[in-house]
Design a protein around this ligand. Structure first.
Ligand SMILES: Nc1ncnc2c1ncn2[C@@H]1O[C@H](COP(=O)(O)OP(=O)(O)OP(=O)(O)O)[C@@H](O)[C@H]1O
Ligand SMILES: [Mg+2]
Length: 206
């Protein structure tokens, strides 16, 4: 089973992924957690390019899509697919939907072309379940107290508004896969909803 966590900056993706891992492991499941961009040596090198460079010296929008796609191809082949074959539950912090939200919604690239690139990168591997933690963008950015601000976080508020809107549009188009959650709810309440949905899904999968 392949589960992804999505949502704008500071929505609680990493928090909920960790809580779900703990719960599943304590129930005896084999769980592998990973994240994007990164999770492999090639992916980690790409992450540095994507997040560290400033706006002017960094990759242009199309290069950005391709770099994310390259990191994802590496992650799918070297980490995610092998773990799924061994029967692990794989939890990934961001995946395809992030590319659509940020590069189509945020940067305004053509959706059909970006979809083709992501499909090529993943070999068609789509999550069984995706949790979209939805949050007002100001609230999300305010939650992040890190001293270093990466290239995405430095974007205008309107960029982040477009990202959020694209996420919600994706969720409307794939209601069976994407579960939208109000990320302002308390952490433990969200964790309980997420756990319940995952357990249902595991039961359905037999
Ligand atoms: N439901 C919640 N209510 C209030 N605060 C929360 C909630 N979930 C997470 N937080 C807090 O918000 C901050 C950001 O959470 P977290 O790092 O999990 O978000 P993220 O979506 O992974 O962010 P990023 O986009 O930076 O990866 C943390 O300080 C976390 O404790
Ligand atoms: Mg995070």
């Amino acid at each position: 089973m392949f589960i992804t966590f999505e949502g704008p900056e500071g929505a609680g993706k990493t928090t909920q992924l960790g809580l779900l891992r703990d719960r599943l492991e304590s129930d005896g499941w084999n769980v592998l957690t990973t994240f994007e961009p990164g999770g492999t040596p090639v992916g980690d090198a790409i992450r540095q390019i994507l997040l560290a460079s400033d706006r002017d010296s960094g990759p242009v929008a199309r290069a950005e899509v391709l770099l994310f796609a390259a990191a994802r191809a590496q992650l799918v082949d070297q980490v995610i697919a092998p773990a799924l074959r061994r029967g692990y539950i794989v939890l990934c912090d961001r995946y395809n939907d992030s590319t659509l939200a940020y590069q189509v919604g945020g940067r305004g690239l053509p959706r059909d072309q970006v979809e083709k690139v992501t499909r090529f990168a993943t070999g068609g591997l789509v999550p069984d379940l995706t949790f979209l933690l939805d949050l007002d963008v100001r609230a999300g950015l305010a939650r992040k107290r890190s001293t270093t601000v990466d290239r995405m976080e430095r974007e205008e508020l309107s960029f982040h508004e477009h990202v959020r809107a694209e996420y919600l549009a994706l969720a409307r188009s794939e209601p069976g896969r994407i579960v939208v959650l109000d990320a302002t709810r308390p952490i433990d309440e969200l964790a309980a909803v997420i756990t319940r949905r995952v357990i249902e899904k595991l039961r359905d999968a037999g």
